[in-house]
Design a protein around this ligand. Structure first.
Ligand code: PMP
Length: 426
């Protein structure tokens, strides 16, 4: 592993200042047996660390940077907004504009509420579903991650899975007991649970395409069971598009796969790299949110002018010059190259992709749920990760995260990545 002396010094100091030296566990590189690289700046598809090394970036801030880093219209919009004051705590025209953009893009959203993170979006949508139905139980799927909401931090994916705490201390039995955890992609488990206690279920929360156990696509049968059973039993279907929204198509996974959720959670891309989340859906359900309805939800910085400006600039760019065909082609090229590298090295590995989300699993079998994901060779992934890092390719630091390709990546970046993968796997 190459030395990163400035990052090593910075991390030693960070550990004294912050738990684990980081402000979010997914960054700590714990799962790949090493220390994180400190980033100095980013532009387009590249990151530069504080030791001066350049990397092709496949994290994209864990999803938001679909247009690449420091995308000029976003930078300008944030600069202009800052000069007019960073926060007012009062309504602005920009909030109308971003709400209209979201509603125009995402098929099932008729009205929307802005928050400041994906976690807040999940927490609020779940409270709304419970307030609306008057029921308490929620179904979630093992390996899906919906932010660190107490009642959803049960059998959670992403950093929770990676770091061995899918069920966090501090989540009370009370909060966890209303959460039923089922395997992803299992229509029969869902049907059995609804048959048993369907009249008590407020909501089913799911990732329409899962990125938080690596890239796992849903089967059509699973998607159909989700919609049919929730409708039959009067439960709401909550589609967590924090990762997939504006990524798998302008209208997210729901547009691409034909899903009709009652409520949708958004985050990441909707804020263009600034803190924005949102939840929205059927107008009649959204009418139950305070002050129109009685379900409480609020935020000092909700609809913040800087964050909203970045979101608007991003969504406008995606609407006016959609990058989705290009993203599909670039990521298909990466998929083909990684498959060749796997075949050439005879590694026990497989590539799974949907749109611009892709994972190289060190697994002998297809990964379809948490059970199969948990059998991956994570130690081997860790070695692969550092071999790629040494070759200037920055991958998510866990087997259980998807890589994201951005519109700023070039064919040359992809080919360089494939060459690195050939060497790394060998
Ligand atoms: N839902 C999904 C599907 C996510 O991937 C994430 C974050 N990776 C969240 C919710 C939580 O979002 P945030 O980190 O902005 O709170």
């Amino acid at each position: 592993m190459k030395a990163h002396p400035k990052s090593a010094d910075a991390f030693a100091k960070a550990r004294r200042l912050m738990p684990g030296g980081v402000n979010s566990p997914a960054r700590a590189f714990g799962a790949v047996g090493g220390e994180p690289i400190f980033i100095d700046r980013a532009e387009g598809a590249y990151l530069w660390d504080i030791d001066g090394a350049r990397y092709i970036d496949y994290i994209g801030s864990w999803g938001p940077m679909i247009l690449g880093h420091a995308y000029p219209p976003v930078v300008e919009a944030v600069r202009d907004a800052a000069l007019r004051g960073t926060s007012y705590g009062a309504p602005t025209l920009a909030e109308n504009e971003i709400a209209e953009l979201i509603i125009d893009c995402v098929p099932s959203i008729e009205r929307v509420r802005l928050v400041s993170s994906g976690t807040e979006a999940s927490m609020s949508a779940l409270r709304l579903a419970r307030g609306y139905t008057g029921r308490e139980l929620v179904i979630k799927f093992a390996g899906n991650y919906h932010g660190h909401v107490d009642s959803l931090l049960v059998a959670a994916g992403s950093a929770a899975a990676t770091l061995g705490a899918p069920n966090s201390p501090g989540v009370t039995r009370g909060a966890a007991k209303d959460t039923l955890v089922l395997p992803y992609n299992s229509p029969s488990a869902l049907a059995e649970t609804f048959a048993r206690c369907g009249d008590q279920i407020a909501a089913v929360v799911f990732e329409p395409v899962c990125g938080n156990m690596g890239l796992v696509a849903p089967t059509q049968a699973f998607l159909k069971a989700l919609r049919d059973l929730t409708r039959q039993h009067g439960a709401l279907l909550l589609c967590d598009e924090v990762m997939t929204g504006f990524r798998l198509s302008l209208g997210g996974a729901q547009q691409r796969l034909g899903i009709e959720p009652d409520l949708t959670m958004l985050g990441k891309i909707v804020g263009g790299g600034l803190p924005v989340g949102a939840y929205g859906g059927v107008s009649g359900v959204m009418a139950h949110v305070l002050p129109e309805g009685k379900v409480f939800q609020a935020g000092t910085l909700s609809g913040n002018p800087l964050a909203t400006a970045a979101g608007i600039a991003t969504l406008r760019a995606l609407r006016d010059d959609p990058p989705y065909e290009r993203l599909e082609a670039l990521t298909a090229r990466l998929e083909a190259g990684l498959n060749e590298a796997v075949a050439a090295s005879r590694a026990t590995a497989r590539v799974q992709r949907l749109g611009s989300m892709i994972t190289l699993f060190f697994s002998a079998e297809p990964v379809t749920d948490w059970d199969t994901a948990s059998r991956c060779d994570t130690a081997r992934f860790g070695r692969f990760f550092w071999e790629m890092m040494d070759r200037g390719v920055y991958l998510p630091c866990s087997q259980y995260e998807a890589m994201f390709v951005s519109a700023a990546h070039t064919e040359q970046d992809i080919d360089q990545t494939i060459t690195a993968a050939h060497e790394a796997l060998r």
